[in-house]
Structures are given as structure tokens and as C-alpha cells.
Write a protein that binds this ligand. Structure first.
Ligand code: MG
Length: 753
């Protein structure tokens, strides 16, 4: 009887699992649906609903090798994710999930998945880039270098001017530019402005101080800063400082320049020359008697004396082969056995030479030894021939001055480098910078800084540090935010020689960037480009951790980038894309974005060509004395035409500059070279603040391909030319992606955002 009662009680408990009745607690467990079918071979997810009032557990048969649950135990009701990983076999498969709860019958759910693909599948697709959606904010530090005199003319006088720049601020907005480096705007002697007469005045050819203020203010309103070009190595010889120094030995401005009574002894390492100050005038101006003793034909002796005799017009006896050259070859008179003489009125600013032929040079030129150029009146000087012969320069009682570049550009003198900031020239120049900072100038480009102390790097750096600190102090005193920007033209032979200049300045032009880029494009070899850039950065970092690498293609003193690239539009596009995807602070030089070519060999003017704004309009060429290449300045190279042509170089510059402004990784990211199996390809990533972009360029004239493994290349944000992506996968699992780029093409991908 007792056994029968226990049996009855057990029967009641089992029944309660399915049919709870009354207030008695009954354990329940049900699951739906009872079967799951994964209809794809790839990873996918389905869900199950568990209904229970107690704790339950779940297990997947066969250890759950391909099927998993979001939870294996729970209490009460639950919704579970069931995930199937990719089926890499060509067979369908099944398994079973079993749920159990105390006092309840187990509940089983059958699970199946369709067959996968056993073979790799390769799909090749043509890449397309996302549309650009730049918000207009300028994040990328893109700077535009312009020659004010040939950029845009506002008043029709043929000279580019400051108002012309102001009128084209839209152009810079389109180009994503956040700073303008203007060619020198101070009063100067020449069209280019690198021979300043007054550091405190605006060159009237370019406009007024009000025009400059207006440009600064209107540019600032668009997030565009103005950088001035400052010439610290020298002034123009019409600068009142220099004129006063020449005429008056007691002038305080004597200390602004390098004057010597006995030149040639205190300047070493420079490329310059000594010139006579000649009481305020250059060279020699007056009557001189020349006597040449050619008894020893290989070592003739010349004696020059001052005279009051009348000048002679030159011998007509063509049997005499000796000439005095002072811009004209004038035949001497034979006055004895191997003795030749003449009296001439000399009026030039450099000196004289002797020649043994009126028109030929090379071995027909006779002059002074390099260490003995100064003429001492009345004292015979033994002459040397050909390439060893230097100008016979006049000094005598007059004082000489030193000029690195040209007689018209006397070098400034700052005294010993360690105390340069105490020199009067330094103080006057800093005071002029104060004026321009107050007007709103936000940075300086420093001209020719390696020559300030004649390539003495230690001295130049000591000078520049004082100069920068003085200007930065003024910047902050005038309410400037952050540190003042300053970039040096420390044009050295290589990056290693230039790197120490980072001790003096926050930014320097990286000439070696362009040398490397054009060399590699020429060779069709991109694989070491990024590692070379990183090696430059390593050099710079030794001297300044927060260095600002001012990268560029060509500038106003170099052959045009397009000229170096053989006037190939495809290569110009590549160079532009590389520049605007490289780390650093890129500079675009006036006309580069239009594909201007030109060589210095024809004259500096030909690398400083005016912008052709419209198809038919005139260009501001007066400053260049009309020296422009009108064949190049076709209607189709104009801004108007290129703006209308989606495939133009200008549009590519706009696109890549805007892209750089849109993505912080491109704007300021840290570069990491990426090795590929292709020697033609240059690839790197740039990362900033969690965002990573992959940049790939084909430096060669052939298609180039490389595997990027399983890297996700689904977000292409810029593309030039045609590119394909070959994806190898099995089922939904990608095992390889191979990118193929057209010749000279570029692609940019966002990897992480
Ligand atoms: Mg004008």
C-alpha cells in the first residue's frame, strides 16, 4: 500500500511539469522552435526562445564545434542567439541542442546548416571610391606658395598685387588651403623682392599696407593664415642702411654689414665675393692706366695706376692680341718689346680682366689668383689663365663689403652667432616683425638661412634659435595662440645636413622629399619611398621631437616639378597624390596645381609664371618683363578650363587636399611603411587618434599588383586611374585580397575609423 502511494505521488509530479494546477509550484520547460536551419554556409545567427520557471541548462552535441549559444544556462524565460560558423566543407551538417531542467523532460532542438564550398573562389571587382564629403574644416595644414607679383592683378597694371590675392580666396578654399606663403611684400629693388629696401613698408607695386591688412583679415575669416617671406641674410644695396654705411665710415649702419679694409680673410665657407663700396658706389669709376709686361708669356704681369691722362679708344692694330676687358674688350697698344699699355675710363661695379682674344673665353681669360684678387695700384700683379683666373677687383683705399649672392645684395652682419640677438641689425629686423605680427601675420618663411654664417651650421642654428625665440615672444605678447610658425630654407646637400636646423626652427623645407620622389617616379620604383621618408623623420626627430616637416615638390628657385617629370600629366597627378597623402605639412607652389612646366635654365622667370585664370584673359606678366611661355599658357591650362574638367590636374589637387582635410589620419597621422611584394608600389599607413588610412601608389608605368592579405579594403575613399581588387574566399571567409593599380595611380582606404 505504501509503495502504491509513492507511485501515485510520482505520477502527480510528472504531470505537474506539463499541467501545473492550483497553487502548487510546478516546474516547466519548453523551447521553440524545435528545429533550426542555417540556410547559408557562412557565419550566421538564429534565435531560440526558452520558457521555463526554473533554472535550465543547454548542451550542444559533439562539443559545439560549429554551433554555439549565447548562453548555456539560465533561469526562467530567455531568448538565445544560436550562431553557426562558416561551413568550410561541401557537406550539409546537423547537430542537436538539448535543454534540461530539474523535474522536466529534456527538450531537444535539431540544428542543420547547408553545405559550404570546398574550393577557393576568386572574385575580381573594379574599385570605386566613396564620394568625398568634406565638411569644409581645414585640418590638414596645406600651404600654398605664391608669387604676389605674378599671381593675380587687381588693377590692370600687369603686376600681380595683394588685392589680386584677396580676390581669389575662393580658389584657396577649393584647394583646402589653410595658409599662404607670400613672396616678399616689402619694398625692394627687384620684381622678386629678395633685396629688401625697407622691412617696414609694403612694396607699392604690390599695394598698400591697408591692402595687406585686408588680405590678412579676409583670409583669417576663412581659416587661412598669412606667412611672410623674410630675408635675413642680406638686404638690397639700395637699402638706406647700406647706403649710409657706404658713404660714412662713422655710420652706425657700418655694423649692419660685413665691411673689411682687407677682404678675403674673415669669410670662409661662403659662396660670395667681396665688392668695393667705393664711397657709396660700386666697382671703380675713373681713369686708370694699364701696363702689361708679357715678357714671360705664361706669367704676364699687369700694373694698374691711377692717372689724369686722357682715355684712349683702343688700338686698331689687329696684330696686338692683348685686351683689357671691363664689359667690353679693348685692344691695348704695343709700347715696347712685349710691353702693352692703354689708358681707359673705367666705370663698372666689378673690376677688370685681361684677355688675349676679343671674343673667346675659356683659355683666353687672364686674371688674379683666388687669394690675390684685390688690385693694389702701382704694384705689378702676376696673372693666371683660364679657369684659375679671377676678376681683378678694386679696393685700394676704399672699403669692401661681402655679398653671398650678388653685388646688389650685401650680406647683413650680426656679430658672433652666440650673441647675434644683441646686434643692431637683429634688433631692427625683430622690430619690423613685431609690426607685421600686430597686423596679423601668422608665420614667417626664412630665406637662405644657411648663408647667414656661411654654411657654419652651428653658428646658423645658434642665430636661428635666438631669432625664433624673439619672434615667438612677440607672437605671444601680441596674443598669438600656440607657438609662432616659422619655416626655414635650409637648403643643404642632404637631409642629414639639414636636420640640425631643427634645433633652431620648428619647421624646415624638406628638399630631399622631392629629390627622392622624382627619382623614384623616374625609376618606376616605389618600394623604398616610405622607408626613406621615415629615415628623414628619424634624422629630424634627433633635433626636435615636434618637428614640422615642410614637404614640397618644386619651388620658385627650382625647375618646375612638371618639367622634372617630363611634362607627363599622369606623373604629375601621381606626384600630387603622393604629396597630399604624405605625412608633414605640404606646400603647393603656384602653378604646380595647373601642371605648369618651366626650367631655370631659360631664366628664373620661367619657373615663376603667372596664373592664367581664364581661357582668354591676360596674365600678370609685367613683373616678369613678359618672360612667359605662351605656348604653355594655353586656354586649356587655365583655371577656368581645368575647373570644368573632372579629369584635370587642378581637380585632382582639390580632391586630394579636401580628402586630407576630411580624414585626420591623412591630415596629421603617423606614418608606417607597408611592405608589399611589388617594387613599383609604395604603400604606407597613417594613423591618428584611432583612425588609420592605407595609402597605395603605383610609381611605375605598368600595372602593379600586391597582396594585402585579409586586410579589409572595403572603404576606398580616393582613387586615381583604374584599380581592381581580387578577393579570394572560401564560403564567406576571405583568405586574400590583391590590389592592382593602373600605371601612376593611387588609392586610399580607411581601415579603422
Ligand atoms: Mg597690379
Amino acid at each position: 500500500m505504501k509503495r502504491f502511494l509513492i507511485f501515485l505521488a510520482g505520477m502527480a509530479l510528472l504531470a505537474a511539469c506539463e499541467k501545473p494546477t492550483g497553487a502548487e509550484q510546478q516546474n516547466t520547460l519548453s523551447v521553440s522552435p524545435k528545429s533550426l536551419s542555417f540556410q547559408t554556409a557562412g557565419e550566421s545567427k538564429l534565435s531560440l526562445t526558452v520558457s521555463s520557471n526554473i533554472r535550465w541548462t543547454a548542451t550542444v552535441a559533439n562539443g559545439g564545434s560549429w554551433c554555439s549559444l549565447s548562453a548555456y544556462t539560465g533561469e526562467g524565460n530567455a531568448t538565445l542567439d544560436v550562431t553557426a560558423v562558416t561551413n568550410l566543407t561541401d557537406q550539409p551538417r546537423t547537430t542537436e541542442i538539448t535543454f534540461a531542467a530539474s523535474g522536466c523532460s529534456p527538450v531537444s532542438v535539431s540544428v542543420s546548416q547547408v553545405a559550404g564550398e570546398a574550393q577557393d573562389k576568386t572574385v575580381t571587382q573594379t574599385l570605386t571610391a566613396e564620394d568625398l564629403s568634406w565638411d569644409g574644416e581645414k585640418r590638414a595644414n596645406v600651404t600654398y606658395q605664391l608669387n604676389v607679383y605674378s599671381f593675380a592683378d587687381s588693377d590692370g597694371d600687369g603686376w600681380g598685387d595683394l588685392r589680386g590675392v584677396t580676390q581669389h580666396l575662393d580658389y584657396f578654399d577649393e584647394l583646402g588651403v589653410s595658409a599662404l606663403w607670400l613672396s616678399p611684400v616689402q619694398t625692394s629693388m627687384s620684381y622678386h623682392g629678395y633685396d629688401v629696401i625697407d622691412y617696414n613698408e609694403i612694396n607699392p607695386k604690390l599695394g598698400t599696407e591697408d591692402d595687406f591688412r585686408e588680405l590678412i583679415d579676409m583670409a583669417k575669416a576663412r581659416g587661412i593664415k598669412i606667412y611672410m617671406d623674410y630675408v635675413l641674410n642680406h638686404t638690397g644695396n639700395e637699402n638706406p642702411w647700406f647706403k649710409a654705411a657706404c658713404v660714412n665710415p662713422g655710420s652706425p649702419y657700418r655694423n649692419y654689414y660685413v665691411f673689411e679694409d682687407k677682404p678675403g680673410e674673415s669669410v670662409t665657407g661662403g659662396m660670395g665675393q667681396w665688392y668695393s663700396s667705393s664711397s657709396g658706389e660700386l666697382g671703380y669709376h675713373g681713369l686708370l692706366h694699364f701696363k702689361l709686361d708679357a715678357t714671360n708669356a705664361s706669367q704676364p704681369k699687369l700694373t694698374i695706376t691711377k692717372t689724369t691722362d686722357n682715355a684712349q679708344s683702343g688700338n686698331t692694330d689687329t696684330s696686338v692680341k692683348w685686351f683689357i676687358y671691363d664689359n667690353n674688350a679693348i685692344r691695348m697698344y704695343k709700347t715696347g718689346n712685349n710691353i702693352f699699355e692703354i689708358t681707359l675710363s673705367i666705370n663698372n661695379d666689378w673690376g677688370v680682366l685681361v684677355k688675349d682674344d676679343a671674343t673667346l673665353w675659356d683659355d683666353h681669360k687672364w686674371g688674379a689668383r683666388a687669394d690675390d684678387k684685390l688690385v693694389e695700384f702701382g704694384t705689378p700683379k702676376t696673372l693666371v689663365k683660364g679657369s684659375a683666373a679671377n676678376d681683378l677687383i678694386f679696393g685700394g683705399t676704399s672699403v669692401q663689403y661681402y655679398a653671398s649672392f650678388d653685388a646688389s645684395m650685401p650680406d647683413l652682419y650680426y656679430g658672433p652667432a652666440a650673441s647675434a640677438a644683441t646686434s643692431p641689425a637683429f634688433k631692427d629686423l625683430v622690430a619690423s616683425v613685431d609690426k607685421w605680427i600686430q597686423l596679423g601675420v601668422a608665420g614667417l618663411r626664412l630665406d637662405a638661412v644657411i648663408w647667414i654664417y656661411q654654411k657654419n651650421t652651428t653658428a646658423n642654428v645658434a642665430f636661428l634659435k635666438q631669432w625664433y625665440d624673439s619672434c615667438n615672444t612677440l607672437w605671444k605678447a601680441n596674443g598669438g595662440q600656440g607657438d609662432f610658425y616659422m619655416v626655414g630654407e635650409a637648403w643643404c646637400d642632404n637631409a642629414e645636413e639639414m636636420a640640425p636646423y631643427y634645433e633652431g626652427l620648428p619647421s624646415n623645407f624638406n628638399f630631399y622629399y622631392w629629390y627622392t620622389l622624382k627619382d623614384r617616379i623616374g625609376k618606376g620604383k616605389g618600394d623604398d619611398f616610405a622607408t626613406t621618408l621615415v629615415s628623414f623623420q628619424k634624422q629630424f626627430r634627433k633635433y626636435r621631437s615636434d618637428f614640422i616637416d615642410a614637404i614640397k615638390l618644386s619651388n620658385h628657385d627650382e625647375d618646375r616639378a612638371a618639367e622634372d617629370l617630363g611634362r607627363s600629366l599622369a606623373k604629375e597627378k601621381l606626384a600630387a597624390a603622393v604629396l597630399l597623402t604624405s605625412p608633414g605639412k605640404p606646400y603647393i607652389y603656384q602653378g604646380e596645381e595647373l601642371g605648369y612646366w618651366g626650367s631655370k635654365g631659360k631664366g628664373d622667370e620661367y619657373v615663376r609664371t603667372p596664373i592664367k585664370w581664364t581661357r582668354s584673359g591676360a596674365v600678370p606678366s609685367a613683373a616678369l618683363s613678359g618672360k612667359v611661355d605662351n605656348n604653355m599658357l594655353s586656354a586649356e591650362i587655365s583655371v577656368e578650363a581645368q575647373n570644368e574638367n573632372e579629369a584635370s590636374l587642378l581637380r585632382l589637387y582639390q580632391c586630394f587636399s579636401q580628402l586630407r582635410n576630411e580624414y585626420k589620419a591623412l591630415a596629421g597621422g603617423e606614418m608606417t611603411p607597408v611592405n608589399t611584394s611589388s617594387s613599383a608600389l609604395s604603400a604606407w599607413t597613417v594613423t591618428s587618434d584611432g583612425q588609420t588610412a592605407l595609402v597605395v601608389h603605383n610609381f611605375s608605368g605598368s600595372k602593379a599588383a600586391a597582396s594585402f592579405g585579409t586586410q579589409d579594403l572595403s572603404r576606398c575613399v580616393a582613387l586615381t586611374g583604374t584599380a581592381t581588387l581580387k578577393t579570394t574566399s572560401r564560403g564567406d571567409v576571405v583568405s586574400d585580397r590583391v590590389l592592382t593599380l593602373d600605371p601612376y595611380s593611387s588609392a586610399v582606404f580607411i581601415l579603422h575609423n
